[in-house]
Every structure is written in structure tokens, then in C-alpha cells.
Design a binder for this molecule. Structure first.
Ligand SMILES: NC(=O)c1ccc[n+]([C@@H]2O[C@H](COP(=O)([O-])OP(=O)(O)OC[C@H]3O[C@@H](n4cnc5c(N)ncnc54)[C@H](OP(=O)(O)O)[C@@H]3O)[C@@H](O)[C@H]2O)c1
Length: 280
């Protein structure tokens, strides 16, 4: 199978490139392929003739998107339109990576794939705009709270600050499921190779809050978890430009009901990542 990966040097894109080894992988970084450039995307599709495009490229700066909606929609929504058009030109399918931020977080039970989205932020709306570009033969993978070795993420930021002795205040009223890039990439590979179309929620198990996750990872690093104190989102000073859903736990219902083994609980991959980051 020939697979074209967009955003291939991003946190998830890097691990996607690794897990598709053994297939014919074309890894396209932002620099080599700007998905907002329709001509470039159509040309890349024509030149590489992929069976599948795994579309992980996105403008993921949630607060940046709030301040520049045109750029957010240009990359995340129109960029996805270009990728789908490119795939169709060569008879390929698309696997699009989307987000828990398509939900408003006002629910009180984990969201299933059949719940109605209602994004609060420009980022969430632009990613939902991307979802609407996909066809029945394509796959959408919604995930949440992505952490890994590459790029900027919560685990790395908290670990760095805690190791430099900074006192930390972390929000305790946003609930979600941390998801680790290696595990997520492995599930995406499976869905693509098995040619499973449709919408899937894919996260590691175990809902938590950012505060509880911070304490846990600080303790795993052998530091004092009491150095992390809880605050509410309303207490953030300054407030962040983009609103976040307070409850965005995703029930991986379509995988579960489809008999696909779910990803592990988040604790083991968290421990692995903290160890790796401490060793690096
Ligand atoms: N991070 C999360 O918590 C989270 C949660 C849910 C869903 N997701 C989704 O997961 C996917 C992977 O995100 P990630 O966590 O790996 O974030 P990431 O590290 O920011 O990766 C995104 C990649 O997309 C690239 N990109 C940005 N604009 C682009 C463009 N116009 N054309 C092509 N590539 C472009 C970025 O390149 P530059 O950095 O060089 O601009 C980066 O390499 C995204 O679709 C994101 O929406 C992420």
C-alpha cells in the first residue's frame, strides 16, 4: 500500500511515518507540502498516486486559531478539501485526524461518535469544517490530549517546569483522555490497512484532568507532586483566547462495538514517556 502522510514531521506525523514502515510511505512535511496550496496538493497526489492519504497536517495552535480564523479555516478546513480532492483524483482514500474540541464539553457522559458536535473555538470549528469534506469511503479519527516525544505538549511542558523548580498551577476542571502518539499511530495504521471507513473516536483509556495528570507525571519523575496546585479555568490569568470544552472524554464506541481491541489505559504509556524524556 502506498501511503502519503501530511504533517509528517509533527508529533503524530513522525510516529505515523514510523508505524507505516513496511508500506510504501511518502512523508510530506509542512515545508514540502502546504495543504492549503491546492495546486501543490493535487500535484503531490498525482506524482505519488497514494492508495491512502493520512492527513495529520493541521494548524494546531488553538489560541492562534482564535486570533486568525481565516488561517485556521484555510489550513484545517480548505486544506482538508484539497487533500480529499487530491485523493479522489488518483482513486485514493483519506484518513483525517480530528479532535475532541468539536464538542462543547457540556455533556456529563463520554461522547460517542453519534453525538452532535458543537465546537466552542475557531480551532474546533475549523477541524469540524475539515470533517465535513470527507466522503463515505474515508475515515475520520477523533482524538484528544495528544502527547509524545516530539513537538510541544503538556507532559513535556510540565516536566520541564517542574524540573526547573517552578511552582505550577494547573486547571482541574477540564476532563479528557490523554492519548499517546505511538498508540494512536498504531490504531490509525490498523484502520487504514483494514480499509475501515467512517468516524472513530480513538484515545487511550482513563479520563483525568490536566491537574491530576500533572501531579501524576511529576510524581513519576521523582519530584514532589505537591508542587502542582489546582485552579479552575475561570481563574487562569490571563485567560486563554480560545475556550476549551470542560468535558471532552471520548467513548471509543465505534471501535468497541466493531470488535477492535481498544488502546491501553494511559498510565503505562505516560510512565514510558516520562522515563524517555528524563533520559534524553
Ligand atoms: N495535539 C493535540 O492535543 C491534538 C488533539 C486532538 C487532535 N489533534 C489533531 O492531531 C493531528 C496531529 O497533530 P499533532 O498533535 O501532531 O500536532 P503538530 O505537532 O502541531 O503537528 C501538525 C503538523 O502539521 C503541520 N502543518 C501546519 N500547517 C500545515 C499546512 N498548511 N500544511 C501542511 N502541514 C501543516 C505542522 O507543521 P509546522 O509545525 O511546521 O507548522 C506540524 O508538522 C492534527 O490534525 C490535530 O488537529 C491534536
Amino acid at each position: 500500500m502506498r501511503v502519503l502522510i501530511t504533517g509528517a514531521t509533527g508529533a503524530l506525523g513522525h510516529d505515523l511515518t514510523m508505524v507505516f514502515a513496511g508500506h510504501d510511505v511518502v512523508a510530506a512535511s509542512h515545508e514540502s507540502l502546504d495543504v492549503a496550496d491546492r495546486d501543490a496538493v493535487l500535484q503531490a497526489a498525482g506524482a505519488t498516486m497514494p492508495d491512502a492519504i493520512v492527513h495529520a497536517g493541521a494548524w494546531t495552535n488553538v489560541d492562534g486559531c482564535e486570533l486568525d480564523p481565516d488561517h485556521a479555516f484555510r489550513v484545517n478546513a480548505l486544506g482538508t478539501r484539497n487533500v480529499v480532492e487530491g485523493a479522489r483524483l488518483v482513486g485514493g482514500r483519506v484518513c483525517y485526524v480530528s479532535t475532541d474540541y468539536v464538542f462543547d464539553g457540556l455533556g456529563n457522559r463520554p461522547y460517542v461518535e453519534w453525538d452532535a458536535p458543537n465546537p466552542l473555538s475557531v480551532y474546533g470549528r475549523s477541524k469540524l469544517g475539515g470533517e465535513h469534506e470527507l466522503g463515505p469511503e474515508d475515515t475520520i479519527v477523533r482524538t484528544s490530549w495528544v502527547c509524545g516525544r516530539r513537538g510541544k505538549n503538556f507532559v513535556k511542558t510540565i516536566l520541564e517546569r517542574a524540573r526547573s523548580g517552578q511552582a505550577l498551577t494547573v486547571v482541574d476542571d477540564q476532563h479528557g483522555c490523554p492519548t499517546f502518539t505511538e498508540d494512536l499511530a498504531g490504531m490509525i495504521r490498523r484502520l487504514v490497512v483494514e480499509r475501515r471507513p467512517g468516524l472513530f473516536h480513538v484515545t487511550n483509556h482513563g479520563p483525568t484532568t490536566w491537574f491530576a495528570l500533572a501531579r501524576e507525571l511529576v510524581a513519576l519523575a521523582g519530584l514532589d507532586p505537591e508542587g502542582v496546585q489546582p485552579i479552575s479555568t475561570a481563574e487562569l490569568n490571563p485567560p486563554r483566547p480560545a475556550p476549551r470544552p470542560l468535558f471532552s472524554v471520548l467513548d471509543n464506541a465505534a471501535l468497541r462495538m466493531g470488535g477492535v481491541p481498544l488502546l491501553d489505559d494511559y498510565h503505562a504509556p505516560l510512565e514510558r514517556l516520562v522515563k524517555e524524556l528524563l533520559a534524553s
